[in-house]
Design a protein around this ligand. Structure first.
Ligand code: SF4
Ligand code: SF4
Length: 366
């Protein structure tokens, strides 16, 4: 069984901090390998990679492969819409960027309480339904970051949507802030198919503590931690696609292996791994980068949080972590440069208290 989709949020880059420096030689090989391995679903969005993702999809996929060999999903940046005409304007721009007249799936991006208000104000659901009726998109839905209660309210008011895209992985399954299980069950109750984002939680579940890895290895030492995470999401019956942001051929090969559904014993191992990881991960950051774009001090928030988590796991590693932090501080603002404007926290889908953790990072690493 393989439900993998190719997510275009994180792509191979020549300059790690430069979203425009996409490594097309490698990306093209990965797109070819994905299609050859039986994959067909590609997911992008207007805002991914500072706007470069949709163009990258055109260059690496649309201009190089027949239209019948793939499906494309993209997303309307719901929070950027300032008037009803913007819906059409963004859609046309997306058609041009992607080089496509038709999208197989069209989603409202990042619905939460605030963005849902905007979506209602500017009739974004009605706009998507019109696109579907006109044959410009095949199916409609939204990507979602809020409570199961609000999800129920939205789906009750908008039964017309086909898909809900959820952050779903074994670590967030019973998380009170992400509510992955509750959101999944709500979507299923409303008869919706589920698209999964962050199955490996931005790479967090690919590099897990040794004790957590041991819980999996006892059952099958041949699978990597990332494969266990992908299997968890793929094993949920109403999940149609599991998106993975791949940036190497090795990851591609790993992700595209056929994997069996999880049994009870394996699901229990996920629970055990979850408790171990939670006890050793201070900041549940997925490295999505939504926080950093508007920071007036240009603080490298996700990079610093990754370093802080490593430091919190093992203080003895500070001799390795410190030079990386110092090097980043030459290009970006330091953690202690934060002025507490809260622009970042408003944008964090994980609801992380970024300002608090930056203070802790500064204490530990400056
Ligand atoms: S609160 Fe701090 S980290 Fe967040 S956007 Fe403002 S200055 Fe940047
Ligand atoms: S702090 Fe939040 S918004 Fe920033 S990268 Fe981490 S999860 Fe994403």
């Amino acid at each position: 069984m393989n439900k993998m989709g190719f997510g275009f949020l994180r792509l191979p880059k020549l300059g790690p901090q430069d979203d425009t420096s996409i490594d097309y030689e490698l990306l093209n090989r990965m797109v070819d390998a994905f299609l050859e391995a039986g994959g067909s679903y590609f997911d992008t969005a207007y805002t991914y990679l500072s706007g470069e993702s949709e163009s990258a999809l055109r260059k690496s996929l649309v201009e190089r492969h027949p239209r019948s060999s793939y499906r494309v999903a993209t997303k309307l940046p719901s929070w950027k819409v300032k008037c009803e005409e913007d819906n059409e304007r963004y859609f046309k721009e997306q058609q041009e960027r992607c080089g496509l007249d038709y999208f197989d799936v069209y989603l409202l991006h990042w619905l939460n309480a605030k963005n849902y208000e905007i979506a209602e104000k500017y009739h974004e659901f009605a706009f998507m339904s019109r696109l579907k009726a006109e044959g410009k998109v095949g199916a409609i839905g939204f990507s979602y970051h809020d409570s199961a209660e609000l999800l129920h309210e939205i789906l009750t008011k908008h039964p017309e949507v086909d898909y809900v895209q959820l952050q779903l992985n074994y670590l967030d399954w019973d998380s009170p802030s992400v509510q992955a299980q509750l959101c999944y069950e709500t979507a299923v109750k409303h008869g919706k198919k589920v698209l999964v984002m962050e199955p490996v939680k931005g790479g967090t579940l690919a590099e897990i503590p040794a004790e957590a890895a041991a819980a999996f290895a006892e059952l099958d030492p041949t699978l990597t931690p990332a494969q266990w995470a992908l299997r968890f999401a793929q094993s949920l019956p109403e999940v149609e696609i599991v998106l993975s942001g791949m940036n190497s051929m090795e990851q591609m090969a790993e992700n595209m292996q056929d994997v069996p559904l999880m049994n009870e014993q394996e699901l229990a191992a996920c629970g055990k791994a979850r408790e171990i990881i939670r006890s050793q991960t201070a900041i549940p950051c997925t490295a999505c980068g939504y926080c950093a774009g508007n920071c007036p001090k240009k603080i490298a928030i996700p990079q610093y949080f990754k370093l802080y988590n490593e430091y919190a796991r093992n203080h003895n590693d500070d001799w390795k972590i410190q030079p990386v932090y110092d090097a980043l501080c030459k290009t970006y603002g330091k953690a202690s440069d934060c002025i507490g404007c809260l622009q970042c926290e408003r944008n964090c889908p994980q609801k992380i208290q970024i300002t608090h953790w930056l203070k802790e990072t500064a204490k530990a690493l400056e």
